[in-house]
Write a protein that binds this ligand. Structure first.
Ligand SMILES: C[S@@+](CC[C@H](N)C(=O)[O-])C[C@H]1O[C@@H](n2cnc3c(N)ncnc32)[C@H](O)[C@@H]1O
Length: 501
């Protein structure tokens, strides 16, 4: 069997929950063809889920192999690695002992920690490491550990508590950003100044949203995992066979409004077959981050443009495909944003959208109320204070926030709980939002990433199929509304696809 056949076996076993067999098949695929992207994706998905009651040496070896592979998904590996670190954390976790733990060093440098227990261990280790650095000539291994903790602190944007008693320098870099800027930051400032601008930002909400993302570009990321190439239109026509098949000339012109720091646009530019991507955002700092990363990965088929979605018609051109995730709910009038996007879409073009759902964000709503009541500012100190209250039990009703992927760094947490503008959708609101927009709703995408890891209490697709046997397209929003009425938490958020009429 070749790599793709082994991978097909892995995918089939994975879908049936037979993870050990799936893992063996993916490993055989990678043995046959070491860079085989689909097998890497499958193996990483298993390592992400791997949990053992005791430390497991073969699993640790696989995680280390993953961290050694530039094409692996280090974000996914981080979940499995954090678990191994927690179950194996020694009673005497001295800096000298922990400096010899290769999984810890890799994890700190490459994956953002999202585990509350591990955070407590890491904070204690950080304090001990700062102390161990004090005498002249600390052991080089301890200095290396300090360097790795400092990388983690950079990744989480210094969201952990500061200790002003620790001086700047090697030790201080584990606690706060240092007076000497990192080379990436210098490069981004240069790139930000040179970005072309669509039009000056005049909308008042857009201005305050821009200010927020200038201060905290979302998200900070370091690494682009390898993925198999994808013919996106063929995939969407396969997933939504009721869509209209319209042929577009290559390259496909892709618009990504609200591009953020480029993680999603770079993934699209490097994995979708023959595309030219236009990435638009309000925030120069975010776009500059993306532009720096595009240069690092040698991705040339992407243009970065500073501007407001409301001004897209000023581009004077149309696009064949649009992806806009986590953006329109931050506009004063999301429907105005939608209409602006629709106006630059070619007939037959697909639009993939991601929007917040009311049902899935109850805890965030409570958090926003508590933050307003306690007048916690959206500054780094405010974010740290808020986390201290949530994790320390002061705000018990918010303790479930640690289940959210966006709790764990400054830009993520600010986006999650401190946003200057947030709308939340329900199916009735979605119907009103799409009505007369010139876009036809094709269906939801249930495999798209969800912002928190709690398992939904029902499988929406199975529910719909069982209830509405005569409607095979799963695209009737009235029927979805009926299901949501019965199960208000059916959707954590809404990821869906529309087609331009
Ligand atoms: C939560 S981030 C999402 C970034 C990216 N789409 C992702 O999924 O990682 C929202 C982004 O939308 C941008 N944004 C919000 N309103 C916008 C508008 N009116 N025009 C352009 N960009 C906007 C923000 O600047 C920010 O970078």
């Amino acid at each position: 069997m070749d790599a793709s056949q082994h991978t097909a076996v892995g995918d089939e076993r994975f879908a049936r929950g037979r993870l050990d067999e799936a893992m063996a098949a993916y490993r055989q695929a990678l043995a046959a063809s070491p860079g085989f992207a689909a097998a890497r994706v499958g193996l990483d998905a298993i390592l992400e889920r791997a949990r053992t009651p005791q430390p497991n040496a073969p699993l640790v070896a696989l995680l280390l192999e993953g961290y050694a592979d530039e094409g692996a998904n280090w974000d996914a590996l981080g979940w499995g690695a954090a678990h191994q670190l927690v179950v194996g954390w020694p009673k005497a976790a001295t800096p000298e002992a922990m400096a010899g733990n290769p999984l810890l060093l890799q994890f700190l440098r490459k994956s953002l920690n999202r585990d509350a227990t591990l955070e407590r261990h890491l904070l204690a280790l950080r304090a001990a490491t700062a102390k161990a650095l004090q005498p002249p000539d600390p052991p080089p291994a301890v200095a290396a550990l300090a360097g790795a903790i400092a990388e983690q602190a950079w990744l989480n944007e210094y969201i952990w508590p500061d200790d002003p008693a620790v001086p700047d320098g090697v030790a201080g870099a584990m606690f706060r950003s240092q007076p000497e800027p990192r080379p990436e930051a210098v490069e981004e400032r240069r790139l930000a100044a040179g970005l072309p601008e669509l039009a000056p930002i005049t909308d008042a909400v857009s201005q305050s949203v821009a200010a927020m993302y200038e201060a905290n570009p979302y998200p900070r990321w370091t690494h682009l995992p390898r993925k198999p190439t994808l013919d996106i239109r063929a995939r969407l026509l396969r997933d939504f066979p009721h869509a209209r098949a319209v042929d577009f000339a290559a390259p496909l012109a892709v618009l990504m409004p609200g591009a953020g720091t480029g993680q999603h646009p770079l993934s699209v530019a490097s994995t979708y077959e023959t595309v030219e991507v236009t990435a638009v955002d309000l925030s120069r700092a975010s776009l500059a981050y993306g532009k720096r990363m595009a240069a690092r990965y040698g991705i040339g088929n992407i243009t970065f443009l500073r501007g407001d979605i409301l001004d897209l018609p000023k581009l004077g051109r149309v696009f064949d495909h649009v992806e806009c995730v986590g953006v329109l709910h931050h506009m004063a009038d999301p429907r105005a944003g939608l209409l602006s996007i629709a106006s630059v879409m070619r007939p037959g073009a697909f639009l993939r959208l991601g929007l917040y759902g009311e049902g899935g964000r109850k805890i965030v709503e409570k958090a926003r109320r508590d933050i307003a009541a306690a007048r916690i500012p959206a500054t780094l100190d405010g974010l740290r204070d808020f986390r201290r209250r949530v994790m320390g039990g002061d705000l018990k009703r918010l303790s479930g926030l640690v289940e959210w992927e966006d709790f764990w760094s400054a830009s993520l947490l600010r986006d999650l709980c401190f946003h200057v503008q947030e709308h939340r959708f329900t199916i009735p609101r979605l119907r009103a939002f799409l009505k007369d927009s010139g876009l036809t709703f094709l269906g939801f995408e249930f495999t798209a990433g969800s912002a928190h890891r709690a398992v939904a209490d029902a499988d929406p697709v199975a529910l719909y199929r069982a209830r509405f046997r005569t409607e095979p397209t799963l695209s009737d929003l009235e029927r979805w509304e009926q299901l949501e009425r019965e199960k208000p938490a059916l959707f954590a958020g809404y990821a869906f696809v529309c087609q331009k009429d």
